[in-house]
Design a binder for this molecule. Structure first.
Ligand SMILES: [Zn+2]
Length: 328
């Protein structure tokens, strides 16, 4: 499947009646186009069937330059550069560094998000679609802490404490979608999820599966459609389609626990010296002491019996692997 020409706004669909706004992001990483294919699919489904619809659905594309060349990023990871200082400067209208490809794209995306927020006719939900280099079942991410610390309330339209509310509703949304939820992202900084959550939007991530698998696109379609239904844009009129997508996800994930927490991240300083042992699937169970990777000639072993999470099988990125356990 070819992406063809990609613009920042992949498409939008609006109802006459006011209601929630759902912003769906695909391709924050340029080698993860599945979210964009899925957005296009759901947009044409809505256009063909014209169901009753409240509010607004916007499908956006992330790192346009990286998508064009099919790489994770050009100069810097577009999903790690939404750090507190940068976001604060953007919100206050100050100059931010534009010394990288991604800095330009970040400014463009920031402006588009603000424009959508100004036109919103109800609460704003945000769904960020990603995929993994390893084989994986679909799962969701939420932040379970205030993204930039409890004192950071620099986004003008956001009341004190609203990020906490956003966190709570983000969790509820993921709970309505039958995929395991992963928390404990504190080792990762500057994701778009951090920014959108701080902005008070009800935000969550869905990872649909492996980058190139067709099932990943289908899982993303399910994530978008169930989100449109759960947030209230779509009504019971589409319940058949809701059941289809719900059952499709449920069948894949029913053997997994509902919630995992990350307790370890193996950071990689030089990607070319890191090698995961082959064949690990995301969430695969591993034994205490099992050899799982090689970094600068050192053998890395599992410290305890647990599950491997996001093992790195691509030549860009600095998260070697994570370890997760079932949340208490
Ligand atoms: Zn990604």
């Amino acid at each position: 499947m070819e992406l063809g020409k990609i613009e920042r706004l992949v498409g939008h669909f609006s109802g006459q009646e006011p209601g929630p706004t759902l912003i769906v992001m695909g391709g924050m990483h340029g080698n993860e186009p599945a979210g964009i294919f899925a957005s296009r699919k759901i947009l044409s489904l809505l256009q063909e069937t014209q169901p009753f619809f409240r509010g607004d659905f916007y499908a956006l594309a992330g790192n346009l330059g990286a998508l064009e060349v099919g790489e994770r990023f050009i100069d810097q990871d577009f999903n790690r550069c939404w750090t507190e200082d940068v976001v604060q400067a953007l919100v206050e209208g100050k100059r931010v560094p534009t010394d990288s490809h991604e800095a330009h794209e970040r400014y463009e995306l920031f402006c588009m998000i603000e424009q959508i927020a100004r036109q919103a006719r109800g609460p704003i939900y945000f769904l960020d679609l990603h995929s993994t280099s390893s084989q994986s079942l679909p799962f969701g991410f939420i932040l379970d802490f205030e993204p930039y610390g409890e004192d950071a309330h620099f986004c003008p339209p956001i009341e004190n404490g609203q990020a906490a509310v956003a966190l709570e509703v983000g969790r509820k949304m993921v709970d309505l979608i039958p995929v395991p939820t992963v928390t404990g992202l504190s080792a990762i900084h500057g994701t778009l999820l951090h920014y959108m959550t701080s902005r008070g939007f009800l935000s969550y991530v869905i990872e649909g599966g492996q980058h190139r698998a067709n099932s990943t696109i289908l899982n993303h379609e399910a994530g978008i459609f169930l989100s449109l239904f759960d947030c209230g844009c779509l009504t019971d009129e589409v319940s058949e389609k809701v059941d289809f997508y719900y059952n499709m996800l449920q069948r894949q994930t029913q053997r997994l626990p509902r919630e995992f927490e990350i307790f370890y991240r193996h950071a990689v300083r030089d990607n070319s010296h890191f090698k995961m042992l082959p064949g690990y699937a995301n969430f695969q169970e591993i034994d205490s002491g099992e050899e799982i990777a090689n970094d600068h000639g050192d053998v890395i072993c599992a410290p305890e019996a647990c599950r491997i999470f996001l093992p790195l099988y691509q030549n860009q990125g600095d998260d070697g692997f994570f370890l997760v356990r079932e949340a208490a």
